[in-house]
Design a protein around this ligand. Structure first.
Ligand code: SF4
Length: 286
């Protein structure tokens, strides 16, 4: 038995391969995480990434029968079993807030992404969840140009889902330094526009200090100007839901861990206000 807390993000806590429950301070209840990247592989390597033994690569083939069985069993346990009691959750947290496609790597890198999303939606539908939960896809957005990924986004949209799309910088230098992303900014911007055109999309943006690299991390005015200029262009063409702005919450498991640090409350609030001045909703969490 274990007590789940906002700090307990152990993906093995419930004993499943693909399903991991998290009590989310952001959402105020139970978040049911679904992890396709059981091999800890991502096509990016963000300096703040908390995935242990992160490797460069894609998600392995998903065992769809096992995923469906685990999800059905877990939902049964939450809705009709003793899950909340066993994990001693406070009464106000006993609500399913979201089903998050998010894991130890980039979830859209899985083969047959749309088919996998369709299966999840089917299993969840059969469980008859009364809570007003939401589907969330947490992605770095780098594969949204792929037809299969867009099909998956359509399914999420049809089920009132959201995309949380990572954007930590609008300069090539900082994106390389922070995310080690091979994707150029134009492609990333096009993917963001595609994402929003298919499914409600929030930006997820991490502000950080990077020792020895004072020009990256949205703490420099040049970085902020580039980010705001990009946002201005994006919101001329589409309607973003808003920006989730945050800093480092937990220690990075990457070699750069000792070089990066949280920004101050004042820094994050100042930048949030600059984004709000564009007419966008900004949720800050530190
Ligand atoms: S995109 Fe996510 S999983 Fe991939 S390296 Fe960055 S933080 Fe880690």
């Amino acid at each position: 038995m274990s007590r789940l807390s906002i700090n307990n993000h152990d993906r093995d806590v419930a004993g499943y391969q693909y399903i991991y429950p998290v009590i989310s301070r952001r959402s105020g209840g139970l978040s049911i995480g679904i992890n396709f990247n059981t091999n800890n592989a991502c096509n990016w390597r963000c300096v703040y990434c908390q995935v242990p033994d992160l490797k460069l690569g894609s998600a392995p083939d998903v065992d769809l029968d096992l995923l469906a069985a685990e999800l059905a069993e877990f939902l049964q346990d939450v809705l009709h079993g003793s899950f909340y009691e066993r994990f001693e959750l406070e009464p106000e947290m006993r609500v399913i807030k979201d089903i998050a496609i998010s894991g130890n790597g980039e979830p859209t890198s899985v083969k047959e992404f749309a088919k996998t999303i369709a299966l999840i939606v089917q299993v969840v539908g059969q469980a008859n969840i009364a809570d007003a939960f939401q589907y969330v896809l947490i992605t770095n957005g780098s594969l949204i140009h792929k037809t299969d990924v867009q099909q998956g986004l359509k399914l999420l949209h049809e089920n009132k889902g959201q995309v949380w799309f990572k954007l930590d910088s609008a300069t090539e230098e900082a994106r390389q330094a922070i995310n080690h992303s091979a994707l150029n900014l134009n492609r990333q911007t096009e993917n963001l526009l595609s994402s929003e055109s298919i499914c409600a999309t929030w930006l997820q943006t991490c502000m950080l200090n990077y020792a020895g690299k004072n020009n990256v991390g949205l703490v420099s005015s040049a970085e902020q100007e580039a980010y705001l200029a990009m946002l201005k262009k994006v919101i001329q063409q589409t309607t973003l839901q808003g920006v989730m702005l945050y800093s480092l919450a937990r220690p990075s498991l990457q070699p750069e861990s000792s070089k990066i640090s949280r920004v101050t409350t004042e820094q994050i609030n100042d930048f949030a206000n600059r984004i709000r001045a564009l007419g966008l909703v900004v949720n800050v969490s530190l």
